[in-house]
Design a protein around this ligand. Sequence first.
Ligand SMILES: C=C1C[C@]23C[C@@]1(O)CC[C@H]2[C@@]12CC[C@H](O)[C@@](C)(C(=O)O1)[C@H]2[C@@H]3C(=O)O
Ligand SMILES: O=C(O)CCC(=O)C(=O)O
Ligand SMILES: [Fe+2]
Length: 339
Amino acid sequence: MVVHAKPAALDQISLVRSAEPGGGAASSSLFPGVPAVDLSGPGAAAAVVDACERFGFFKVAHHGVPARVVDRLESEAAAFFAKPQAEKDASGPANPLGYGSKRIGRNGDTGWLEYLLLAVDHHQAAAAVSKASPVPSSSLREAVSEYVGAVRGVAARVLEAVAEGLGVAPRDALSGMVSGAASDGVFRVNHYPPCPLLQRLPDSCSVTGFGEHTDPQLVSVLRSNGTPGLQLALRDGRWVPVPPDRDAFFVIVGDSLEVLTNGRLKSVRHRVVANSLKPRVSMIYFAGPAPEQRIAPLPELLGHGEQGAYREFTWGDYKKAAYRSRLGDNRLDPFRRRV
Ligand SMILES: C=C1C[C@]23C[C@@]1(O)CC[C@H]2[C@@]12CC[C@H](O)[C@@](C)(C(=O)O1)[C@H]2[C@@H]3C(=O)O
Ligand SMILES: O=C(O)CCC(=O)C(=O)O
Ligand SMILES: [Fe+2]
């Protein structure tokens, strides 16, 4: 790809080849669209497993999270991102928690965004932003805590459906890993400002908002406003856009669930491209287990005497390794058993 005049303001940020709508017109099997699953409907467990096997990604309809909870956080986040830069910088730089702008992680990744990354403590009845996280205001802290309290329930129901659909007992074998007091939940709100400079680039390329990657945890639950930008990689490597739906939650399969299911479900590469006109705001809850949790293929999913396709690790070790890696690295590769 040759771009002759990349505007100076985009100097640090890489360009990506734009995804073709539908996954490429030349392709024989067009992307049928993101599956939508009603978690309380009949056949939910089979539908969740089918969507996770095919795409590692699906949308939850009728999730039961009150719109009031989502709207409250959306307006608190908008108020924070509208503050003067110096006030936002007081909660940063993200290391890894806190406010970050244009830099993602500690290893040189960049994107056209700003964000807040916060750790979440789990209590029986509620979730709360961890005291270790630099939160700019108590009203934002409360809005995040209320939101995560509701959304972690969606993550738990998804993981119960996965266990049921795969025939794993007990029902909370997976959901229990991300709901205990020691579990390692992370919440992030991303703000992708409009990028008018995009209009000076050829149609065939876009500016990276959030570079391609897989999420390291079990599942991530994402909600965005109505601005497009999120794309996912199909199993054959084609990139497809995900039409935004501000009333839905999107579920993303992470690396740890891939290992626990011995690769039946695979984590999905995804990325965000910048938009020239409208801001995108996304809120993501990453459901991670306790640091001591052993992550290894569940015995029920292995045949008699069969060895798992991945070596065992603890979440704490995997997280440490992940935070030393670049965003786009394949973090599971070193743990795959070669046959
Ligand atoms: C470049 C990085 C950012 C990240 C830590 C890492 O070194 C590699 C994994 C990245 C990721 C992707 C999913 C989540 O957004 C995130 C919070 C996570 O757990 O892993 C980020 C990390 C981050 O932004 O610090
Ligand atoms: O902002 C988005 O829509 C996705 C961001 C993402 O994938 C992440 O934060 O891990
Ligand atoms: Fe992600």
